[in-house]
Design a protein around this ligand. Sequence first.
Ligand code: SF4
Ligand code: SF4
Length: 362
Amino acid sequence: MPAKVTFASARPKQLKADATLPALLDRMLVKWAFKKRFGGKKVAIKMHLGGHMGYSTIHPLLVGRIVKAVKDAGGKPFICDVPWAVNSAWERGYTQEVLGAPLQPVTSEADKYVYPHKVNFRTLKTVNKAGNVMDAEALIVLSHGKGHGHSGFGGAIKNIAMGCVDGETRSQIHRLVSATFKWDAKKCTGCLLCRDNCPNGAITYKDKKISIFDHACKYCMHCQLACPKKAITIDQRGYRYFQHGMALTTKAVLDGFDRSHTLFITALLQITPFCDCWGFTTPSIVPDIGILASDDIVAAETAAVDMIKAEDFIEGSLPHPLRRAGEGHLFQQIHGKDPYMQIEECEAVGLGSRKYTLVNIQ
Ligand code: SF4
Ligand code: SF4
């Protein structure tokens, strides 16, 4: 049976407050039986609180409404994210006074409070699950849907796989892809044909060393083909390994919760090409869409990616040097990475279904 995804639109049908997104969000949350799901429980609300001067993370007013719904249902919510994002969260308007719930670093201030979980997948040996998240009895994954240089799309899966673990696990996941870029210093003559043939500015040459920035790389292989000395090799499977590592990590975290006590809420607002961790905001690349929710992470992510349509692209919104090229999803055109692959990997490890039914909230 298809999973249920509820949707509150950001495009009001009437010009009155009750028809706008915060009111629709309130009515949407009612559909998820918060009393049964969260009543009497310690509820971790995992967000990406952004960094530095970014202003496209989820608006505190919307977060506050979700906190209130949990409290009204008898739950005890707290907001959490990685330590460095929590430390500076006040700069972006996230304080206990505004949100109505305390903020906590997922792995403690020192990034040390974890529960290790062995996975042994290539460079990803151990998932160090965030202690403060795993100690909660219920979990709301509140994500800002946006583009991402590593996986095309950043939503609920990224929020868990990169945000409910410690820094060491994040590095191990990133190495799944970076380890597949190889440069042989002994063969290289420094001719720079690789750099000059990279259409995405992903190659730099410094101190006689070539390095490839995997966020910007689109796996076009031009550099490998252009190199007369065969000094560069790229294993395109690295992208799939990365997505599989994220799926294994997401599963390790979610397996610690009774699924009837979880909910995935994704805000498709201020959809920028880059992740919030870049610490700055560039223009939205499509008009605001709304907020969706599901108790199935795979369905929630599929619906979110489906709703971001190439035909809604706002001309002139991409910052230099980004540009659209090729076919596929809008994020694939921008980042060269299929945003559905992480979802396929999560479905393959049993985290949910890509089939969903959309319920529009009136
Ligand atoms: S594969 Fe393509 S995008 Fe990636 S570094 Fe080589 S030339 Fe640049
Ligand atoms: S094209 Fe090959 S030989 Fe030339 S700089 Fe790049 S890696 Fe070195």
